[in-house]
Design a protein around this ligand. Structure first.
Ligand SMILES: [Zn+2]
Length: 454
């Protein structure tokens, strides 16, 4: 490792660690002191020259010159930046592998690999938005609880008119997962009464989140009717379930907020995203995910980005490199860009909670983890401060997903940390400059994860 690791006692343990060639201390030792770093708390503040004391996977205290533990690991992080692990509040796990995209990949092994990819990129939690059967999602969540060095996995039941919901390409793949596994992924609702019954069934099945699609997909699908989503949202609220929405236009958002939904997975932050709408969303404590990289990165030659290449098989790298469809620097529509900049400014003034989400995995070649870092870059390009972009990916995402142990560096939170070599608050692209990642106090072996790409 490139940094100094000191064992204050139990010197024999250092020998074992060096022999194994990894930082094994944190796995065996339940105490660890990270010394002398700049701490990005996650709420917009920074503490310089501070230490973090970790015990049993939790942050115990933050302070200057904390005494080292009697036993355990001391890590010198002078000049480094420690922040809470990132959170992606909109993804679809299981379909994308390191080689291909589709229903055939939807297996526990690939789902776990997707989470490892997120861990590599410094993520501590991910929300998969309505494309997972409960039976398999529960197995994955149990794997996370057992291993502890994987990001937390949250999932939702997907509700839409029968046989509809996801984009047509993704719909076909989710249907194939249903057919192959025999487990239900999408839940069709036809009227308020069936919607209420479905919500009850889903609550009993253990779901904590519902995802609804309110979109006619350019006339190819039926749009979920207001009386149905109102019944879903009302009954979900009573049952303690959160409802997140895929919506196509800002004009639907007012009524969805009135219905009682908790957040929007696609921002639609254009001209229609008015001050009035922002005010309404703030009053109801509803969050918005702009989800801009999904459209933007598919025109970019991301296969040539060295931050991504560790996860691309040769075939995938070629398909994502420069071609007729993908340029290294794709042009952006100036009108659209200025509308987005104006929208971001209105959001900042209005105080709306903007949350990081990527829709990674919903379409081929929109990779896990990598796209989160790119999304943050987009926020900053559109006028957000780097610090606010980091808040959207940490404390705000944790708040709206109900992840009480994540999103902030403070005593009692999980020691799920992204440690950077350079300051992301001066240049958001420094989130790429990863020194190390810890999840629940355990080091993530990033090179081992990357080395498994075929
Ligand atoms: Zn999605």
């Amino acid at each position: 490792m490139s940094y100094r690791v000191l064992i204050r006692s139990h010197a024999w343990f250092l020998g074992i660690c060096i022999a194994a060639g990894v930082i094994c201390g944190a796995q065996a030792q339940n105490k660890m002191l990270l010394e002398d770093a700049s701490l990005i708390i996650g709420d917009g503040s920074v503490l310089t020259n501070h230490d973090v004391l970790i015990e049993d996977g939790l942050i115990v205290s933050l302070g200057e010159n904390l005494p080292p533990p009697d036993t355990g690991l001391v890590v010198d992080l002078q000049g480094k930046w420690v922040m809470p692990a990132l959170i992606d509040a909109h993804a679809h796990l299981g379909f994308q592998s390191r080689q291909s995209w589709g229903a055939d990949n939807y297996e526990l092994e690939n789902l776990t690999d997707n989470l490892e990819q997120y861990a590599y990129y410094g993520f501590g939690a991910v929300f998969s938005a309505g494309s997972d059967p409960a039976e398999i999602a529960q197995l994955l969540a149990a794997t996370v609880r057992r291993r502890k060095n994987l990001p937390e996995f949250l999932y939702a039941a997907g509700l839409a008119p029968p046989g509809e919901g996801p984009n047509n390409q993704f719909l076909e793949q989710t249907s194939q997962v249903q057919a192959r596994t025999g487990y239900q992924v999408l839940y069709g609702v036809t009227d308020p009464e069936s919607a209420r019954q479905t919500v009850t069934d889903l609550a009993l099945k253990g779901f904590e989140f519902l995802k609804i699609w309110v979109d006619d997909r350019g006339g190819s699908q039926t749009k979920l009717a207001p009386e149905i989503y109102r019944a879903v949202a009302q009954h979900a609220g009573e049952a303690g379930l959160k409802v997140f929405v895929h919506q196509q236009s800002a004009s639907d958002m007012q009524d969805l907020i009135s219905a009682g939904v908790d957040g929007f997975l696609h921002g639609r932050i254009g001209r229609d995203f008015t001050d009035e709408l922002i005010e309404r969303a703030v009053q109801s404590d509803v969050f918005v995910i702009p989800n801009l990289g999904l459209g933007e990165l598919r025109r970019e030659a991301i296969g040539e980005d060295q931050f991504l290449t560790p996860f691309l098989s040769q075939g995938l790298r070629e398909s994502l490199s420069a071609s007729e469809r993908r340029q290294v620097h794709p042009e952006r529509d100036a009108t659209n860009e200025s509308e987005l900049i104006a929208g971001f400014a209105r959001i900042e003034v209005g105080g709306l909670d903007l949350v990081l989400g990527t829709d990674a995995g919903a379409v081929p070649g929109h990779p896990f983890g990598y796209t989160g870092h790119r999304e943050l870059e987009i926020y900053v390009r559109l006028g957000m401060s780097p610090m606010d972009a980091l808040r959207s990916a940490t404390s705000l995402a944790a708040k709206h997903l109900g992840l009480r142990g994540l999103g902030l560096l403070e005593p009692g939170k999980q020691a799920s940390l992204l440690i950077l070599n350079s300051d992301p608050t001066s240049d958001i692209r420094n989130t790429r400059d990863i020194h190390s990642v810890y999840l629940n106090g355990q080091p993530v072996d990033r090179s081992a994860i990357a080395s498994r790409t075929p």
